[in-house]
Structure formats: structure tokens, C-alpha cells
Design a protein around this ligand. Structure first.
Ligand code: ADP
Length: 496
């Protein structure tokens, strides 16, 4: 932890702008997007507006020509009014050649160079005659492209004559329109840039602030301040992260607390046998060395204390190995009921000598795939705890129940039980219920943590049902498999 804190502290503060930060990345992305948008707008207006305008204009011209023709055929008297309005509203130049002469309507007031229109029309009329079609549309482009025109010519057979309707539509938007459009584009570009910059700024602040909050709290936590609360308000994801970090902080605090506890407990647990070993060794040298009977009794105490030490150290190693996933499993198919029975047998003699009433309730053989030794270690732990915490009621039941696909092992005692607020912690490493400390029952708080690790490796379900003062039922449940075929001595498999 100190090391960790040191590392964070010694990290150099990076000066200047961090382009990898959420703030800068959002800001840059938005601004780049806005610039792209503006570029597209300008590109569209410059490169595509003309062709788009040309297409729309030619559709307009054809529609107007159709309307003019209909008007001409249906009501010659009001044709004049209609044509004046059509020319004016569409900004086009209309000429109708009839037997009586030519009617001209000029709606292209703002266009200066109308001089060429007559030439355009006579070219188009020639084209119309040569093509033999009813109508033609031509685009006249001048080299600069600034004064292009759309020229339309059509035959209208009416009133016993062949009349010709010609329309010239200037294709260039007039200067005022272009100027307004450009101005508008400049305003739009400016607004897009400013709005996107403000939006990016607001968003980046909103995005980064919960993360900055979390980072601040994490730094506090790394200094060992477990009171710190992670707050990820703002987004669902940061809220989830804050929740996970609060859980992690709670777990760290708990582990830290238990570790401190265990250092106290373990040093006590280590010190007691060591002191005993030392004093009995001294006793042998000083007093009982010459008396074989007394010496052997003292030596036996030394041996049993050494065993206690050995168990403690082995448990610590097992937890550490389970934590680092460094456990070698020897999987085999075996009968859990038979394994449970041998655990029961190993306790029976001891239990009887200490006045325990221990009962074994087997179910029919139930085969499981697992590490037999390790599952026996789990069962042994449950049973030895039942004996240890049985209190005055020296009555322990070992029960196996078989379901359709599972078999469950139960170790039931009628002893001290576990307070409901502590029941969730008994599987935590180094945890010992408060009552133990009062009663002075020896233990490391590692047995159930090891059992939990081993049961997890077997994908087994496990748990404890307990009531304070009434007793506990520690159980696990594991999937069953078919009974394996028994190998004949000749090497041939046979179903047993
Ligand atoms: P240890 O027994 O060495 O303290 P364990 O990990 O086996 O460690 O058990 C953790 C704690 O759970 C025990 O200290 C005890 O408080 C509680 N516990 C375990 N088994 C029982 C039981 N059968 N009855 C009551 N409390 C139990």
C-alpha cells in the first residue's frame, strides 16, 4: 500500500495540454466535426449549387412551358396576362411566335446581358426544326460559366398555324442572391463553430467531472483513507463504476482490518506454541532429561505444538495459493458418500473419547468429479468446526442427500450458532465471530476461506444455515455424474 501510494505520488505531473484527456478529445472531435460540416456546406454551395440550380430551373422551365401551351390553346385572350406573370415570377424571357407576329415577355429584369437571348432563341428554333421533335431544351454555356442560360423551344399547333414558344432562363443566380447566400453561409459557419465549441466544452466538462471525482477519491483511498466515498453521479456507467469502487474500498477496508487482526492473532497463535516448545525443551534439558517417562511426555507436547504450528502455516499457504490460483487439482470420479464416511470415521473415535454423539446419515452412492483429497479437506473442516463450536450440546449430524443431478453434504451441529449479522462473513479469510474471541476458542479464521476457495474450484454451491444459540448447518452441493466403469484386471472396462 505504502509502495503503491509512493508510486502514484512519484509520478511526474505532466505539464501542458494533455491531448489524450476526455476534455481535449471531446473538444477536438467536436471542432473537427464542425469544421468538416462547414467545409461540406461551402463545398456544396460552390460545387453543387450550380448543377442543382440548373436542374431545378430546367424543371421549372418545362413546367412553365406546359402551362403556357395549355393557356395558349385554351384561352388566347388571357394568355398575355398569364405570360407576363409567368415571365416575372420565374425570371425568364418568353417569346411566342404566332402568325400575327412575335409576343415577348421579359421577366429577367435584374439580368443585364439579355442581348444574346434572341440569338439563343434562333439557334434553338433551328435545332427544333432540324431535330423534328416537338420540343427541345439546350444549355448555352459561355466559357466563364457565369452567364449560362437554359433555352427551350417547342412547336404549338393551334389556330391553324404552327406557333413556336421559346423560353430563355438565365442559369446564374443574380448577384444579390449570391451575395445574400454567401453572407448567410458565413453566419451559419460562425454559428456552427461557436455552438459546437460551446457544446463540446459543456459536454467535456460533464463527461470528465465524474471521472475527476472518482480519480480524486481513488487517490484518497490509495492513501489509506477508507472513509472516502466514490461519487459517479452523471452517467449510468460512472455510477456503476462508483458502486464497484465503493464495494472495492469496502472490501479493502475489511481485508485491511482482518489482516491487522490476523497479524495480532497469528503472532499470538505462533507465539504460544513457540513459547511452549521452548519451555518444554528447556524443561527436558534442566529437569526431565534423565527421566524417560517425563521426557517422553514433554517431547509429545513439543510434537503436538509443532503440529499446531504446521497447521497454521499450511493454512496460510493454502489461502495464499487459492488466492493466486496456484492450486493443482487431481480430478477423479469418486463416491462422495464413501469419502464423507471416511471423514466421519476419522472423527468418530475422537468424538467418542470426548463424549460426542456423532451420527452419519448416508444416501445412496453418489459419484462426483473432483479432487477427492480436497473435498475431504472441506468436509473435515466443516466437521472439525462442528466439534469445535458444538458447545455443551455434543451432538453432530453428518448427512448426505441426493437429488436428481446433485448430491449435498450437510454437517449439522446444535452448538453456539452464528449471529445473523456475522453469518455473511464466516467465509472471509481471517474472520472469526466475535463470540470466539470471548470464549477463547483457538482458530485462524482460515478454514472456511480455504473451503470456499476449494468449493469454488469445484463449481459447487455452498452455504450455512445457522441460528445463534441453536446450531449451524454447513453444507455444499455438487453435481453428480454416472458411476464410472470399473476396470477389470485384464484391462477391459466393465460396468460395476
Ligand atoms: P476457525 O475455526 O479456525 O476460526 P474457520 O474459517 O473454520 O476458522 O471459521 C471461521 C469462523 O466461523 C469461526 O471462527 C467461527 O466463528 C465461525 N464458525 C465456523 N463454523 C462454525 C460452527 N459450526 N458453529 C459456529 N460458528 C462457526
Amino acid at each position: 500500500m505504502a509502495d503503491h501510494t509512493g508510486k502514484i505520488k512519484s509520478r511526474p505531473d505532466q505539464g501542458g495540454v494533455d491531448t489524450n484527456s476526455i476534455k481535449m478529445t471531446t473538444l477536438i472531435s467536436f471542432v473537427v466535426f464542425a469544421l468538416f460540416l462547414v467545409a461540406v456546406l461551402w463545398g456544396l454551395s460552390n460545387f453543387f449549387m450550380n448543377s442543382y440550380y440548373e436542374r431545378v430551373r430546367s424543371q421549372d422551365v418545362i413546367r412553365t412551358a406546359d402551362a403556357l401551351e395549355t393557356q395558349f390553346r385554351q384561352d388566347l385572350n388571357s394568355f398575355d396576362t398569364f405570360a407576363v406573370q409567368a415571365a416575372g415570377s420565374n425570371g425568364i424571357y418568353i417569346r411566342m411566335d404566332t402568325a400575327e407576329g412575335s409576343l415577348i415577355y421579359d421577366g429577367t429584369r435584374t439580368v443585364k446581358d439579355t442581348g444574346d437571348f434572341e440569338a439563343d432563341i434562333s439557334d434553338a428554333v433551328t435545332d427544333l426544326i432540324v431535330s423534328g421533335q416537338n420540343s427541345i431544351t439546350r444549355t448555352k454555356r459561355d466559357p466563364s460559366g457565369a452567364l449560362s442560360r437554359l433555352v427551350y423551344a417547342a412547336n404549338i399547333n393551334a389556330y391553324g398555324h404552327n406557333n413556336v414558344l421559346s423560353i430563355v432562363a438565365p442559369l446564374y443566380p443574380d448577384e444579390a442572391t449570391v451575395r445574400i447566400l454567401r453572407k448567410m453561409l458565413i453566419y451559419i459557419s460562425f454559428i456552427v463553430l461557436v455552438v459546437s465549441f460551446l457544446l463540446a466544452f459543456a459536454l467535456s466538462v460533464r463527461l470528465s467531472s465524474p471521472i475527476e471525482n472518482l480519480t480524486r477519491s481513488a487517490k484518497e483511498l490509495s492513501k489509506g483513507n477508507y472513509d472516502v466515498k466514490f461519487n459517479g453521479a452523471g452517467f449510468t456507467e460512472t455510477k456503476e463504476l462508483a458502486k464497484a469502487l465503493n464495494m472495492a474500498s469496502y472490501e479493502m477496508e475489511k481485508t485491511d482490518f482482518y489482516q491487522r487482526e490476523i497479524i495480532a492473532n497469528v503472532s499470538h497463535d505462533l507465539k504460544t506454541p513457540l513459547t511452549m516448545i521452548r519451555s518444554y525443551a528447556e524443561k527436558i534439558i534442566d529437569i526431565s532429561g534423565d527421566n524417560p517417562e517425563k521426557r517422553n511426555a514433554d517431547l509429545n507436547i513439543i510434537i503436538s505444538e509443532t503440529e499446531r504450528l504446521n497447521t497454521l502455516v499450511t493454512d496460510m499457504l493454502s489461502v495464499s495459493n487459492l488466492q493466486s490460483n496456484n492450486v493443482e487439482m487431481h480430478m477423479e470420479t469418486f463416491d462422495l458418500v464413501e469419502a464423507a464416511e471416511s471423514v466421519y470415521e476419522s472423527f468418530r473415535v475422537l468424538a467418542e473419547s470426548e463424549g460426542f454423539d456423532m451420527h452419519f446419515h448416508p444416501c445412496r452412492p453418489s459419484y462426483v468429479v473432483g479432487d477427492r483429497t480436497r473435498l475431504m479437506q472441506v468436509m473435515t473442516n466443516f466437521v472439525s468446526n462442528a466439534v469445535k463450536y458444538a458447545g455443551d450440546s455434543k451432538y453432530v449430524d453428518i448427512k448426505l442427500t441426493k437429488g436428481s443431478k446433485k448430491v449435498a453434504f450437510h454437517c449439522i451441529d446444535h452448538g453456539v450458532g452464528i449471529p445473523s449479522d456475522e453469518i455473511g462473513h464466516v467465509w472471509d479469510k481471517y474472520y472469526r465471530t466475535s463470540a470466539n474471541h470471548e470464549r477463547g476458542i483457538e482458530g485462524t479464521g482460515l478454514g472456511l476461506a480455504i473451503a470456499k476457495g476449494l468449493l469454488n474450484l469445484h463449481n459447487a454451491k455452498y452455504g450455512v444455515d445457522s441460528e445463534e444459540g441453536k446450531g449451524s448447518d454447513f453444507w455444499f452441493e455438487i453435481e453428480t455424474v454416472k458411476k464410472p466403469p470399473v476396470k477389470k484386471s485384464g484391462g477391459e472396462d466393465k460396468k460395476a
